[in-house]
Ligand binder design. Structure first.
Ligand code: SF4
Ligand code: SF4
Length: 451
């Protein structure tokens, strides 16, 4: 099927329009200096943790392999700085649990140049070799999912991919790291797209970008024109700004009018969806034969003095980054990611990891424009039903959750389709913490299934 004949730029059904607050959209990416110590968790991704291949006391140089992938659904990690391994031990992670981590004491004055690289001619690699090369970079979904990219690009033998969908929506308010990467690294993005097309077998690519980022649309179009790449090979399509446009199924609906049903995957429709930041990083790393040692992180929020998009070495302590950006984080709430889907940081004594797209520093008053934060009973206004992009009934699910009647939430009312976008909580006039209730319900159901 040629999806280009269906290409459109219409909004998906339902969804919401939260204030965008993209404070950093016009600021260039800045490089962060090294902290004195970097902490590289072995598990920064979905799947099995990597296995350390260095020992305490060993010297390492920036870009050197320090942990190897442990199986197919795992990725390696590389030294983000030159220094020596000070410890391999349990350290707190951003979301709470302690993780086995490699602590690197950074050599003062060490260079930000990557010193270990194995340049390769990408043109001679077959799809399997490209996928193996992607795994060697240690790449995971930089949009926040942290799913190993090589696994996402691997197409099962019984499936066929014709279209690569590139997600440049960045629909979360405040976040701008993808926007800046598209504007400043359009050539790397196109390079990454070409490798991903060969790896997946896709014959065309559509890059979906929300229409509040027209500078990104223009930058990519200019780069495509400069390379004489026709639109039937790689096309850029603006889509209406609407939350959660960046969800895979919403983007596919907006671009092609194709509805991927409950439980279905884009792969069943011949599509693979990848994030712009991931592809731009691959476009840079794959030909050079380097590992992922840094990422772009948006540091923003009303309490940040120097908000911006920073190129941050993996493993940098979050506190160091916040201090550099002028965020008096001790007295405020730090959210990992955007305000809609992000989660409160359990501690600031944790490192920046591969899946961390943003740090949002908020004061109490920024969370809620109501005078109180009291939770009121459901008034059955239906606002949450009208907002839910998956067509669920959050009001009903919320009532079941409040009664701790979790079983029917999963078996009858499709809780599994909820991807925790937070739209229902956002619109609820009674301030019912619906998405938080759904997270708890899912956790309980998971534990019961295991038991
Ligand atoms: S959090 Fe879940 S139930 Fe609420 S709007 Fe999003 S998908 Fe629907
Ligand atoms: S938006 Fe809130 S008050 Fe309205 S129906 Fe949904 S849960 Fe009830």
């Amino acid at each position: 099927m040629n999806l280009l004949s269906l290409l459109r730029g219409e909004a998906f059904k339902r969804g919401i329009h939260p204030p965008q607050n993209k404070l950093t959209a016009e600021r260039s990416i800045r490089r962060l200096p090294f902290a004195s110590r970097l902490v590289v968790p072995l598990s920064q991704h979905i799947g099995k943790p990597a296995r350390a291949v260095v020992r305490v006391g060993q010297e390492v140089v920036r870009g050197e392999l320090i942990a190897e992938a442990d199986g197919w659904l795992s990725v390696p990690h590389h030294a983000p700085a030159t220094g020596f391994v000070e410890a391999i031990e349990l350290r707190p992670s951003a979301k709470g649990p302690w993780e086995q981590s490699i602590v690197i004491k950074v050599q003062p004055g060490s260079t930000q140049e990557v010193q270990v690289a194995h340049p390769r001619d990408m043109g001679v690699l077959n799809p399997q070799e490209i996928i193996a090369a992607v795994q060697q970079t240690g790449m995971v979904g930089l949009g926040g999912a942290a799913f190993p990219s090589h696994a996402k690009m691997s197409v099962p033998k019984d499936a066929k991919v014709h279209t690569l969908v590139v997600n440049g929506c960045e629909c979360e308010p405040y976040l701008t790291c993808d926007h800046r990467v598209m504007v400043e690294h359009a050539d790397d993005l196109i390079e990454g797209i070409r490798h991903a097309m060969r790896a997946t077998g896709a014959v065309r690519t559509v890059i979906g970008i929300e229409d509040n980022k027209m500078s990104a649309v223009e930058a990519i179009q200019a780069a495509l024109m400069a390379r004489h790449i026709p639109a039937d090979q790689i096309a850029v399509q603006a889509v209406p700004t609407k939350y959660p446009q960046g969800a895979e199924k919403m983007l596919i609906m907006a671009l092609f009018g194709v509805e991927v049903p409950s439980g279905g995957l884009p792969l069943a429709y011949g599509m693979v969806v990848l994030n712009v930041g991931t592809l731009a990083a691959l476009g840079c790393l794959l030909p050079r034969g380097e590992g992922l040692v840094e990422r772009v992180v948006t540091v923003t929020g009303p309490a940040v003095q120097r908000p911006g998009d920073y190129r941050v070495p993996i493993g940098t302590p979050m506190k160091f980054l916040l201090d550099y950006a002028g965020a008096p984080a001790e007295s405020y709430q730090v959210i990992l990611g955007g305000p809609m889907m992000g989660q409160a940081a359990a501690s600031l004594d944790v490192p920046v990891t591969k899946g961390m797209s943003g740090l949002l520093v908020m004061r109490g008053a920024d969370f809620c424009d109501r005078d109180d934060q009291k939770i009121y009973p459901c008034i059955k206004c239906g606002e949450c039903v009208a907002a839910c992009p998956m067509g669920l009934n959050p009001s009903l699910l919320g009532m079941l959750a409040a009664m701790r009647d979790y079983e029917p939430m999963g078996s009858q009312y499709h809780l599994g389709d909820c991807f925790e976008c937070g739209s229902c909580s956002f619109v609820c006039p009674s301030s019912i913490p619906l998405v938080q209730q759904f997270r708890v319900a899912k956790q309980v159901l998971r534990e019961r299934a295991v038991a």
